[in-house]
Design a protein around this ligand. Sequence first.
Ligand SMILES: Nc1nc2c(ncn2[C@@H]2O[C@H](COP(=O)(O)OP(=O)(O)OP(=O)(O)O)[C@@H](O)[C@H]2O)c(=O)[nH]1
Ligand SMILES: [Mg+2]
Length: 377
Amino acid sequence: MDEKEPVKTPVHAPRTAAEAVAMMKGIAYEPTAEEIQAAQDEEAARREERARQREEEEKRRLEEEQWELEAANRKKGLFDRLRDGLGKTRDSFVSGLDAVFAGSSSIDEDFYEELEEILIMGDVGVRATEEILDRLREQVKEKKIKNPMDCKQLLIDEIRTQMSTCEADYSFEEKQSVVLVIGVNGVGKTTTCGKMAAKLKDSGKRVILAAADTFRAAATEQLTEWANRAGVEIISGAEGADPASIVFDALSASKARGADVLLCDTAGRLHNKKNLMEELKKINRVIDREMPGVHRENFVVLDATTGQNALSQAREFASVADLTGIILTKMDGTAKGGIVVAIQSELGIPVKYIGVGEKVSDLQKFDSQSFVEALFS
Ligand SMILES: Nc1nc2c(ncn2[C@@H]2O[C@H](COP(=O)(O)OP(=O)(O)OP(=O)(O)O)[C@@H](O)[C@H]2O)c(=O)[nH]1
Ligand SMILES: [Mg+2]
């Protein structure tokens, strides 16, 4: 019998790719020692690569976890600072409201009057208070609420609604922009410019500070300190120099360095309206000529501790400048944090930042939701 000897199937697993193919086809094949070694080396390299990829993935996952944790902590840190900063307001305003809710046995005229008194005392403003209470009355009727305690959340919601009538936008942070920071003496303009510069720099923006308060030498020194702290460039001039000429120099520097945001600190001496108008006009002319079409912001800084006075200052500035936002400082120093509500609802200009202390992290973007949460939590 001329039978073909069947190929013996090797008892081991294929040691090379060629051997695997041969085994599949039932052909005898014996790889050389070099081929076996090369295949083993290749497999070892593949295993090593897979292990490396797994390790990298694990590292990425851990990094992501860490980043998320840090972001959550940062957020919590900011919220805690906001909450701490609003301590005085919470102690008087919020405690006062709580006392009315807890101490009233029914929802009657006395109840509304007591609420009104506390809102007005907290500087929420007459108009905003009226609107808030009108809407509260409507809701109480509509929802047939009988228990004063059940009104608390409704009141909180109404306060928030009243504040969010004009949502702030922060597009200037993303565009090439020139920001003028104005306001009366001592409200916190220079400090706010410094804090904003540090924040913008931190988020990767190229920032230039213009020391356009040439009224006293100390003003430039103070802003220079902030510039050093924030690690940003500052353009300044001699005491008594024309503020518009400092702005001119700062605009040239911004163009030369490709700056994203130019922040101009201005003098806070009590201007009379005519002087202020003239000065702002001159600065505006320089900006329009040197950087036509650049995004512009005019922020008025108001000191929250001055209560209703801050409101009238804002009105004055609004009559001479095209205000795009309000920065309310020293919220940590007042029990009348309700002023934010009055400003938003009575002026219709968005509060963009609030200052709740003297550190960089104490300048926060204003957000009605977290504000109310921090206040009532
Ligand atoms: N507690 C607290 N203090 C603040 C805040 N913002 C500013 N200040 C303080 O207020 C004081 C005045 O701040 P400045 O930044 O010098 O005010 P300014 O408007 O530039 O003042 P002039 O240039 O003199 O008009 C400083 O002692 C600041 O530290 C804040 O949010 N909270
Ligand atoms: Mg200043």
